[in-house]
Ligand binder design. Structure first.
Ligand code: LLP
Length: 401
């Protein structure tokens, strides 16, 4: 929870903005580094969750690698301190330009998602006289028991190469002279909360697939299990740091590996989600025919998760929390300013009596928030404000002065 002095400062800043709790961010990455060392698991931060330079610089300084899904992410990660040999590049649709730039940079590995992609990388590596390290992303056909839009490891999903192509795949890997087989890659989904059950199942399936590849004569040096660890959106104060220990313990209990094999994971959300809060201001309070609307200045253009996935984010009225009189509570439909009926932050949310000018905290917005923002309705992009540099934030203008 924020103290009163911080809330007063936040009230003076132009809204909406993403407020980063740098102390929580550092505690999170310190904890992950400690757990990774204890369980001997290599971390590649999934850059797609948040590309904020200050975060990336601190994550790369911890010695973690980067998991990227576009050429621009590869270049940006490198620019923020990730050495090329700690950058992996996944994605079903890598363009020729993206492949070329990554080959030139000498990245750790491409995580290839189709047979055709392997031909293209082999050919381009040959023409440019280099050898490409390639892991193969496998679709293990496992249900991650999460939202259907963030499920990636079922045969109905577009990701990875599935079993019926294994024979051809192995043949290509053996015959492609400009490809060095690096390992196997998996990622079955995101915001996984049934951690022990789902990741145990993933590991068991991975063990079978690794054994199959090795029987076919391909040594699997690197086993990359992807990301997916869920965070607590309901109660971010109770669980500010995701349960990395259960995740890593489950992996270590279930994965079969030799000492010469390395296990990698690619957390995105769990590293950054809880450290940011989208701060927005109440513009108007409107009583509709059947409900009360709180109309905020942040909308689906700033954070599309509720509109796109029906995702829940905890919302608090920070200004009302400071008022000394005992607040009456009221149910509100909290909505944004965008001209779409799906621009709703939360329906029927019980909040202290809220008034124009109050600032509101939309919690757990550090992952897939700013990176998915758009300028729809020609809105400005919400900037970042850091807890350790709060004095640099732009002051709100008082147009009544
Ligand atoms: N590795 C790969 C190959 C991925 O595709 C992803 C996420 C990750 C790692 C990181 O997963 P995480 O640890 O963050 O769960 N926009 C959605 C989430 C999409 C996730 C896409 N892939 C959301 O807002 O919930």
């Amino acid at each position: 929870m924020l103290d009163i002095k911080t809330i007063e400062k936040l009230e003076s800043i132009a809204t909406p903005f993403y407020y980063y709790d740098m102390d929580l961010f550092r505690r999170t990455i310190d904890h992950v580094a400690e757990m990774a060392e204890r369980y001997n698991i290599k971390i590649h931060y999934a850059v797609k969750a948040n590309v904020e330079r200050r975060l990336l610089e601190e994550i790369s300084a911890k010695g973690f690698g980067a998991d990227c899904v576009s050429g621009n992410e590869v270049l940006h990660a490198h620019d923020c301190g990730f050495p090329a040999d700690k950058i992996v590049f996944a994605g079903v649709g890598k363009s020729d330009k993206e492949i070329y730039n990554s080959l030139k940079l000498g990245i750790e590995a491409f995580n290839c998602e189709s047979l055709q992609e392997l031909y293209v990388i082999n050919e381009m590596a040959h023409i440019h006289g280099v050898k490409a390290r390639v892991s193969v992303r496998i679709n293990p056909d496992i249900d991650a028991h999460t939202h259907k839009y963030v499920t990636t490891g079922l045969y109905e999903n577009k990701f990875g190469i599935s079993q019926h192509e294994f024979e051809k795949l192995i043949d290509i890997l053996k015959k492609s002279e400009n490809i060095q087989f690096y390992g196997l890659h998996f990622h079955i989904g995101s915001q996984i909360t049934r951690v022990d059950e789902v990741f145990a199942l993933e590991c068991q399936r991975v063990n079978e697939i690794v054994a199959y590849f090795e029987r076919q004569g391909l040594k699997v040096d690197n086993i990359n299990l992807g990301g997916g660890l869920g965070v607590d959106y309901d109660d971010p104060d109770e669980n500010p740091i995701a349960d990395f220990e259960t995740w890593f313990q489950t992996i270590s209990d279930n994965i079969v590996k030799r000492d010469d094999q390395t296990v990698h994971v690619e957390p995105g959300r769990s590293l950054v989600a809880q450290c940011a809060t989208l701060i927005s201001r109440v513009l108007f309070v409107k009583s509709g025919e059947t409900k009360n609307f709180l109309i905020m200045d942040a909308g689906m253009n700033d954070l599309i998760r509720p509109a796109l996935y029906g995702a829940y984010h905890k919302i608090e009225n920070l200004s009302a929390a400071q008022r000394t009189f005992f607040p009456t509570h009221q149910a509100y439909d909290i909505v944004g300013p965008v001209c779409e009926s799906s621009d709703v932050w939360g329906a029927g949310r019980l909040l202290p009596l809220s008034v124009r000018g109050d600032i509101m905290a939309i919690r757990s917005t550090g992952a897939y928030g700013q990176v998915m923002a758009s300028r729809y309705n020609m809105k400005d992009l919400a900037p970042s404000v850091f807890s350790d540099a709060i004095e640099n934030a732009p002051e709100a203008v008082d147009y009544f002065e």
